[in-house]
Unconditional design. Structure first.
Length: 95
């Protein structure tokens, strides 16, 4: 079952996010991580918020453990982030 994931980092900049993306091997406007359907990020009053839809919770948790946590620490992002996971009733795509 697809899940929506919201990850919020306080006291984090978009520059740190860009460094995280690069460290994980992704490029702005490029493909998502394996198991993810889409990803976007925005600045908030306190830091950044990333919002994703994943094929399932296990795919997200595996990626978070193997990639996000390690690389976020390496680029100096404060942690841990606040993570919220939601069941997705429906999503639409461009294709």
């Amino acid at each position: 079952m697809a899940v929506g994931v919201v990850i919020e980092y306080d006291s984090c900049s978009l520059e740190q996010y860009d460094q995280l993306l690069e460290r994980m091997g992704f490029a702005p406007g490029g493909e998502c991580a394996p198991g993810a359907l889409f990803h976007w990020v925005t600045m908030t009053e306190d830091g950044i918020r990333a919002t994703d839809v994943w094929h399932d919770r296990e795919a997200f948790e595996r990626f978070a453990e193997e990639q996000i946590g390690v690389c976020a620490t390496e680029v100096g992002m404060p942690g841990p982030p606040r993570v919220s996971v939601f069941e997705v009733h429906n999503y639409l795509t461009a294709g």
